[in-house]
Structure formats: C-alpha cells, structure tokens
Design a protein around this ligand. Structure first.
Ligand SMILES: Cc1cc2nc3c(=O)[nH]c(=O)nc-3n(C[C@H](O)[C@H](O)[C@H](O)COP(=O)(O)OP(=O)(O)OC[C@H]3O[C@@H](n4cnc5c(N)ncnc54)[C@H](O)[C@@H]3O)c2cc1C
Length: 406
C-alpha cells in the first residue's frame, strides 16, 4: 500500500481541484430528497452535463461512449475532490454505477448506442428493479414472471425498494423466465421503459419525509425480445455484473463525521460541564476516529489496487459494514448532545443544518441497501477469511418446488 500520490496522481488531483473550483455549482442547502423538486433535478442534470462535456462524468468509460477514457484511479481521485464541494444531488448514480455498466458489459450493440451517451450526459435516468417482497438479500428468489409470447415477453409481478423509480426513464429488470429449473438458472435480465403502460410506480413514504424509493407493479407489461439484456436464463450471471458494481459504488461511506461531533461537544455544556470534557464521550470520539482512519486506509488499499490495474477484492465489503454502523452511532450520540434541538430536522433551523438528523434517518437504510450487514459479513467470512459456506438448501431444486410457506 502506498499512501502518497505518485507525481502523476498529484498532477491529476491538482487539475481536477482547479476545474472543480472554477465550475462546481452550489447545492444551495438542498438535500438529496429534493430531487422530487424540478428545480433541484434541473440543477443535477446541468452539473452532470457539464462534467460530461469535460470528461469527468464517467471517467473510466471509453470516449466513444461519452466517457473520459481515463483510469480507475482518476475516477477515485476526482470523487474524493468532488466530495469536498457541496454539489447538487446525484440521481444518476444507480444508472451510471450499476445499470448502464451492465448494458455495456452484456447488452447488444444497438442498446449500447441507444443508452450509454444519454445516461452519461444526465439526459436519461435509470433504476434497478431487483428486490422483491420475497427476495432482497436472496436476489435469485425473484418471482416477477416474464412469459414469452412470440417476439414479445409479458411481465407480471412486483418489485420493491426501487430507488428513484418515480423519476427514472428506464429500469433494469430481473425476471423469472423458467420456474422449472433451479432458482439461479431460470432468470433473465431486461431493460424496460418506466413510462410504458403496465408499469405502476408507488412511492414509499420514509420517516425523513422523503420518498426516495418505491414499489413498482407490472401488470401485463408487454416488451420486445430486443429488450433482453444477455441470454435467456443467464439473468443471475448478468445480475452479478450489476451487484459487483453496486458494492463498489456504495462501499465508500461518507456523511456526518466524528469531527463534527467533536465540534458540537466543544460548544455544548451539560450539567457536569463542557461536553468535550466528558470522559465517556471522549472515549467514543477516539473510537470513531480509529474506525474512520481504518476506513481511510482500507480505501487507500482499493486505490492502490486500482492504480496497479488490479480489481479490488471482496475486502471492499468491509467499508460499508463499518461506515454505516459508525454513521448510526455518531448520529445518535450527536442528537443526544443537541438535546431538545435534536428533534428539529428542518435544515434551516437545526444545528449543523440537520446533518445528524438526516444521518440518523439514513443510516438504517445504508445498513440494508446493496447487501445487509449480515450478507456482507457472510461475504467477508467466506471469501476473505475462507470460512465454511452459508447453508443453501434451495440451490439445486426446481424453483417452483421451493416451499413458499403458503
Ligand atoms: C435505501 C435503500 C435503497 C434500495 N434501493 C434499491 C434499488 O434501487 N433496487 C433494488 O432492487 N433494491 C433496492 N433496495 C433493496 C435492498 O437491496 C434490500 O432491502 C436488501 O438487499 C435486503 O433485502 P430485504 O429487504 O428483502 O431483506 P431480507 O433479505 O428479507 O433480510 C431480512 C433480514 O435477514 C437477514 N438475512 C437474510 N439472508 C441472510 C443470510 N443468508 N444470512 C444471515 N442473515 C440473513 C438480513 O441481513 C436482514 O437482516 C434498497 C434498500 C434500501 C434500504
């Protein structure tokens, strides 16, 4: 592991920082949930287009597809630098981080030509239609049915927790095309038009007041076989392409930091004196500092692997397990410190613009999205530590024979 930028990396960082300082717009105090607000969405699209024109929107993608033609380490460095600016919300992350890379890897030439450039420019937004009421961690348990009808497929079923479905143009859909074979073998991937008849999006109301994700229902949705992404029955392998990209995209962590808790503690007096003098709190802050440093160096390990042209391994799962729990713990302590002001979530009135209020409400979701704590621990146990595999009793029996409890 090398902690220092090479001269090439330092030069790229300086160039990116200079460009960001000259071009990055201000989010203007808005929060991610404001993506439902057209003005906020316009700001996000404009920022994405500006980055695309400068080659910073999809840094590692080929220039012929609208990308920057750069290396993965450049993408990491640009991300680190961009994080220091309060730029608009990013509704493109799922499309560019997961769905469109899947189309680029597995899809046909016509789909690549149709979809990649508009996604990079922020003109079209994608969502990921994998999780269902009966299959979240177990993605291969998907029950949404796609039945062949001539050159078409007819889709019926339900997805859930679909982030951004309400403002998405397209969705990447995992569906069951053959219930007579074991669950991993009877799946096929498709892209769908989210505005087509037969697609109904119902927003889920969250405790933060936002509705970032949705239930999506399909009723006799008719799509062409040309909308298939990959071979019939190869949906599990195709979904792994998406999920590997997802784990890398979510693994970074971020959000409220222990330095902000320290700042609060230095300003707030408790019954026994300044909060920062409290030994229990000091111990907690020291512990968070150690965890944050561990995460930083784990990310350096990823950066070093990318710089050497290697693919980061399953150890990147550690990032989300640690950072999501850390965020939850810090936010709960910070709200205790804020006392009666802790219940104010309006960014205009809450301390630190409500950063910890938002963090407390987002943290449980972060511990679930893109692989729950338990699933990521299973991955670390099996693939990093080499421990015995989880018990998988339904792996080799026809999907239709798996008991449903009904
Ligand atoms: C903020 C957010 C955004 C999301 N966005 C999307 C999206 O855009 N598209 C999409 O398709 N999905 C999305 N999801 C869904 C997400 O992928 C699932 O919620 C997640 O995979 C867990 O699935 P589940 O909710 O069905 O829980 P379940 O799989 O039912 O799990 C329930 C509990 O059982 C545990 N468990 C399950 N299996 C095992 C096991 N083998 N060993 C040990 N413990 C186990 C889990 O850890 C969990 O605690 C999102 C979720 C969140 C919170």
């Amino acid at each position: 592991m090398d902690f220092n930028d090479t001269p090439e990396e330092a030069a790229y960082r300086a160039k990116a920082r200079e460009w960001l300082a000259a071009n990055a717009p201000k989010r203007g105090g808005r929060v991610e949930s404001d993506l439902d607000d057209p003005a906020s969405m316009d700001g996000s699209r404009a920022w994405q287009r500006k980055k695309a024109e400068a080659g910073y929107a999809a840094i590692t993608w080929p220039k012929e597809w609208g990308g920057g033609g750069g290396a993965p380490w450049q993408s990491v460095i640009f991300g680190q630098e961009e994080a220091a600016f309060d730029t608009p919300g990013n509704p493109f992350a799922i499309g560019l981080g997961m769905c469109v890379p899947t189309v680029m890897t597995v899809g046909n030439q016509a789909d690549k030509e149709r979809f990649v450039r508009p996604a990079v420019r922020g003109d079209e937004i994608w969502c990921q239609l994998f999780s269902e009421p009966s299959g979240g961690s177990d993605v291969a348990a998907a029950r949404t049915r796609a039945v062949r009808d001539g050159d078409d497929w007819v889709i019926n079923g339900q997805k859930v927790w679909t982030s951004g479905a309400h403002y998405s143009d397209f969705g990447l859909l995992l569906a069951r095309t053959d219930p007579d074979v074991p669950k991993h073998k009877g799946l096929t991937m498709f892209w769908i038009d989210m505005k087509a008849p037969g697609v109904e999006v119902r927003p889920i109301h969250q405790m933060s007041g936002a509705s970032n994700f949705n239930e999506v229902y399909f009723t006799d949705l008719r799509i062409s076989d040309a909308q298939r992404v990959g071979e019939v029955g190869a949906g599990w392998a195709t979904s792994l392409v998406t999920l590997m990209n997802e784990r890398l995209a979510i693994g970074g962590g971020g959000g409220a930091s222990h330095r902000q808790v320290l700042k609060l503690a230095q300003e707030i007096s408790t019954l026994t004196g300044l909060a920062a003098k409290d030994n229990g709190l000091r111990e907690k802050i020291a512990d968070w500092f150690v965890q944050a440093e561990g995460l930083k160096y784990t990310r350096y390990r990823t950066l070093t692997a990318l710089s050497r042209g290697q693919t980061p391994g399953p150890e990147s799962s550690i990032g989300k397990v640690v950072s999501a729990a850390l965020m939850q713990d810090m936010a709960a302590t910070a709200l205790d410190l804020e006392d009666q002001f802790g219940i104010i979530s309006d960014p205009k009135n809450a301390p630190l613009s409500g950063a910890f209020q938002m963090a407390l409400m987002a943290a449980p979701g972060l511990r679930i999205a893109g692989g729950t704590d338990e699933i990521l621990r299973n991955i670390i146990a099996e693939r990093v530590l080499g421990l015995p595999q989880d018990v998988r009793l339904d792996k080799n029996i026809p999907f239709k024979d798996i008991p449903t409890g009904r």
